[in-house]
Design a protein around this ligand. Structure first.
Ligand code: UD1
Length: 382
């Protein structure tokens, strides 16, 4: 059997690493005829070393067999260029399966192209729905799930989402959250890292070190950082409130940094004595920071999930989530606060008094990748 798996952007790397590892483990005992030939494709949507190479190295992902070098662009450019390039790879490699993860533009482009070439498609992290079609990721999820032959879900809510859309049971399998495989495999190494060394290795502004409690923040969604009227009140809240209570550590996404500069806010933030702006961190560094943080402020879906397992109280700066299992009402660590500074302020105060409370949703047990591979190996077309 030949499998092509695809990655494109940062959140894909921690999802594919355990899957590749599961194939290697399987191949060790498989007979020659049953051995899986694996081909890794990187679409190149994320290309900075800190957004891509650092994850390949840190998570022991083998070099990609093909890099499509798509780079930045509009959605149509990224998706269209990826389709043109992955079609060539599919025609040349003639795989039995294409495996896509998550909800980025690579996920959409490669599932559509695979199906047009009659290649079976497996989607890891299927069935998540925010209901918000203004999110590019929601469109990517809907199309990928409609086309995929195997839909591997991280939780039971996702199964019911798929069923509501009319997807038959035989295509759906509940396997758990593959990102937690990566978290569990790397937790000990992350715990051994020193927070001040991480700051030293990644600073922009220099001369600051961590003392005492800190809030950890990441922001990258266009809905939060692309408009000054939205981004500026969030920044004011950070400067006036969070940073007067404790240090704020902010590993900054290239999109957020570019917009802070464009809106004339960058100097104010970087010169604040209690705010530490860092370059994008590698996997272990970010996990270490999350383990040590008093509170997380984020618009990342993956961090919402990691906060749930680590117990870090989390404010999710979004109005909706495709990951309701991470919300406090479902036993998780996070609460939706949108991007209105008044609402964020209120929930921030409530959240400061919450204790760390790690939770483990069903099948988030560190063994999801082998269940994903089993599902492919056991698949029967009819
Ligand atoms: C993408 C994913 C999003 C995911 C996020 C994680 C889609 C639709 N979105 O969003 O789901 O949560 O990745 O980061 O696929 N840039 C660099 N260097 C890079 C990559 C990007 O400087 O290596 C800059 C460019 O200016 C680019 C901007 O960041 O225009 C945004 O990058 P892009 O890949 O378009 O989307 P993300 O916002 O990263």
């Amino acid at each position: 059997m030949k499998i092509i798996s695809v990655v494109g952007a940062r959140p894909n790397f921690m999802k594919i690493a355990p899957f590749i590892h599961a194939i290697a483990v399987y191949n060790k005992t498989a007979t020659k005829e049953k051995t899986i030939e694996h081909v890794l494709v990187h679409t190149g949507q994320h290309y900075d070393d800190r957004m891509s190479k650092a994850f390949f190295e840190g998570l022991n992902i083998p070099d990609a067999d093909f890099n499509l070098n798509i780079g930045s662009g509009t959605h149509a450019e990224q998706v269209g260029n990826t389709m043109i390039e992955i079609e060539k790879v599919i025609m040349r490699e003639k795989p039995d399966w294409i495996v896509v993860v998550g909800d980025v533009n690579a996920t959409l482009a490669c599932s559509v192209t695979a199906k047009k070439e009659w290649v079976k498609c497996c989607h890891i992290e299927a069935g998540l729905r925010s209901g918000d079609l203004k999110m590019p990721e929601e469109i990517n999820r809907l199309v990928t799930d409609r086309l995929s032959d195997i839909l591997l879900t991280p939780d039971r809510i996702s199964i019911s989402n798929l069923k509501k859309e009319g997807i038959e049971d035989k295509h759906i399998e509940f396997v758990g959250n593959i990102m937690i495989d990566t978290l569990e495999a790397n937790r000990i190494k992350a715990e051994s890292l020193d927070i001040n060394k991480i700051i030293l290795n990644n600073w922009f502004d220099g001369a600051k070190s961590n003392e005492g409690d800190f809030a950890l923040m990441t922001l990258h969604r266009p809905s939060n950082v692309d408009e000054k009227e939205i981004f500026e009140p969030i920044i004011e809240f950070l400067l006036n409130e969070v940073a007067s209570d404790m240090q704020l550590i902010w590993p900054i996404h290239p999109r957020a940094k570019k917009n802070l500069e464009a809106f004339g806010l960058y100097e104010k933030v970087i010169n604040h004595p209690n705010i530490i702006i860092l370059q994008p961190l590698n996997y272990h560094e970010m996990l270490r920071m999350n383990i040590g943080a008093r509170i997380m402020l984020t618009d990342s879906g993956g961090l919402q999930e990691e906060c749930t397992v680590l117990g870090t109280p989390c404010l999710t700066l979004r109005w909706n989530t495709e990951r309701p299992i991470t919300l406090r009402e479902h036993g998780g660590a996070s609460v939706l606060v949108g991007n209105n500074a008044e609402r964020i302020r209120q929930e921030y105060r409530n959240t400061l008094i919450i204790e760390r409370k790690p939770q483990r949703p069903e099948l988030w047990d560190g063994n999801t990748a082998s269940r994903c591979l089993e599902a492919i190996l056991n698949y029967k077309e009819n």
